[in-house]
Design a protein around this ligand. Structure first.
Ligand code: MG
Length: 350
C-alpha cells in the first residue's frame, strides 16, 4: 500500500470517524511494513505538591499557571475566577467556567485542591466538579478525606450514577490529580442517541471509574435522558460555593480532528444569522440548527458549520469554509479553494 499525502489526509478523517471502533483496522495487514508509525510524543512530567509537572508535547494546555485565557464564564464572557499563587481559584457565586475550545473524545489531566481549612461537611466541603459536554456530565470534585457523604456523590464519582471504586482522596489542601478518558455520546442527524457517553477516571493514579456508561446527563436528583448535542463541546468546572483551586490542566483530543473548534458566545452566533448575496441578490443564508450550531446554505445545500475562531467556520462533510468580517456585514465563502478565490457576499437581511 503506497501512502500518499492525500491518502494520509483521508486516513486522518477516517480515523476520526471510527474512533470508537474496537477492532483492528482491516485496511492494514498484520505487521504491515507500509503502515505509518505512531506520532512521537514527549511524555508529561509528574507534579509534586510543590511544583506542577509539564504537559505532554501534543497536549492542548488549558492552564499552566500563567493566565486564564483558555477559560470563560459559561455564556462566553470573561470569567470571574481568579489567579492565585499559580493556581486558578473558584470565586464562590461567580458561576461555572468553561473552556473556549470545544473537545470531543479526550484525555484530560487536571489537578485540584480543596481548601486546607475545613469548613462544612458532606457535599458542602470542598465541592466543585469537572464537567464534559458543557456542563452536562460531572466527575465530582469533593473533599472526601475522612468525610462522609452519599457514595455516588463522593470525590471522583460520576455524580448520582457511579461511586468511585476506591476513595483515593488526599488531605484537604493537598494537590490531587484526575486523569480522565472521556468518550462523548453520539447522536444521529435526527437527534436520536446512537451510543452513550463513557468515562474512565484515575484519582491520584488509582483507577476509580472503569469505562462506565453514563445513563445521561448527571443531575442532583433523578437521571434525565440524553438530549442531542454537538460531539465537541467545552469542558467546564463547577462553582459549588467553595474556593477550590485548579492547576496543570491539559487535554489531548482523541481521533485526530482536522481543525480546532471553539464554542462561541450565543450573541455572537446570533449576530451572523441572515441572508447574504451580491448587489441585493441573495446567494446564501446563515441560520441556526436545533443543536445550536451555525448553518450555511450554499448552492442550495445546508451545511453544519464549526467555529475555528470567532469569525472563521468550517463544514465537516465538504471543504466549505466561511469567514465573517465587519461584524457579520460581509461573508467570504470558499468551496475547496483558497480564500483568494472566495465568493464575497454582503449582508442583505435582516
Ligand atoms: Mg460538584
Amino acid at each position: 500500500m503506497k501512502v500518499t499525502p492525500s491518502l494520509c489526509a483521508a486516513l486522518l478523517v477516517v480515523t476520526s470517524a471510527t474512533a470508537l471502533r474496537a477492532e483492528p483496522d482491516p485496511r492494514w495487514l498484520g505487521h504491515d511494513r507500509e503502515r505509518p508509525m505512531a506520532p512521537v510524543v514527549t511524555p508529561a512530567t509528574p507534579s509534586t505538591q510543590e511544583q506542577p509537572g509539564k504537559a505532554p508535547s501534543d497536549a492542548t494546555v488549558l492552564f499552566d499557571g500563567k493566565d486564564l485565557s483558555a477559560w470563560a464564564a459559561m455564556d462566553g464572557t470573561p470569567t470571574k475566577w481568579v489567579m492565585k499563587d499559580g493556581a486558578m481559584e473558584c470565586v464562590p457565586g461567580s458561576g461555572y467556567i468553561r473552556t473556549l475550545q470545544a473537545f470531543g473524545d479526550c484525555q484530560l489531566h487536571i489537578e485540584w485542591a480543596a481548601p486546607a481549612k475545613v469548613e462544612g461537611d458532606s457535599q458542602g466541603r470542598g465541592n466543585s466538579g469537572v464537567f464534559f459536554g458543557m456542563g452536562r456530565y460531572e466527575v465530582q470534585v469533593l473533599d472526601s478525606y475522612e468525610s462522609k457523604t452519599y457514595a455516588d456523590g463522593a470525590a471522583a464519582s460520576v455524580y448520582n450514577q457511579y461511586p468511585p471504586l476506591a476513595n483515593a482522596t488526599l488531605p484537604p489542601g493537598s494537590w490531587q490529580t484526575y486523569d480522565i478518558i472521556w468518550t462523548a455520546p453520539r447522536f444521529d442527524d435526527a437527534g436520536a442517541l446512537v451510543s452513550k457517553a463513557r468515562l474512565t477516571v484515575f484519582h491520584n493514579g488509582v483507577l476509580v471509574q472503569n469505562n462506565v456508561e453514563l445513563t445521561g446527563p448527571t443531575a442532583w436528583i433523578g437521571r434525565p435522558p440524553y438530549s442531542a448535542h454537538p460531539l465537541r463541546l467545552p469542558l467546564a468546572l463547577q462553582d459549588h460555593g467553595n474556593p477550590v483551586r485548579y492547576r496543570n490542566v491539559w487535554v489531548r483530543e482523541l481521533g485526530q480532528p482536522r481543525h480546532k473548534e471553539f464554542t462561541l458566545p450565543e450573541a455572537l452566533l446570533a449576530s451572523y444569522v441572515g441572508e447574504y448575496g451580491q448587489n441585493g441578490k441573495p446567494h446564501g443564508k446563515v441560520s441556526r440548527l436545533p443543536n445550536g450550531l451555525l448553518a450555511v446554505t450554499v448552492g442550495g445545500v445546508e451545511l453544519e458549520m464549526h467555529a475555528a475562531s470567532p469569525t472563521h467556520f468550517y463544514a465537516l462533510t465538504t471543504d466549505v469554509q466561511v469567514e465573517f468580517s465587519e461584524g457579520g456585514k460581509k461573508l467570504a465563502v470558499t468551496v475547496g479553494e483558497e480564500f483568494s478565490r472566495a465568493m464575497r457576499w454582503e449582508r442583505i437581511s435582516p
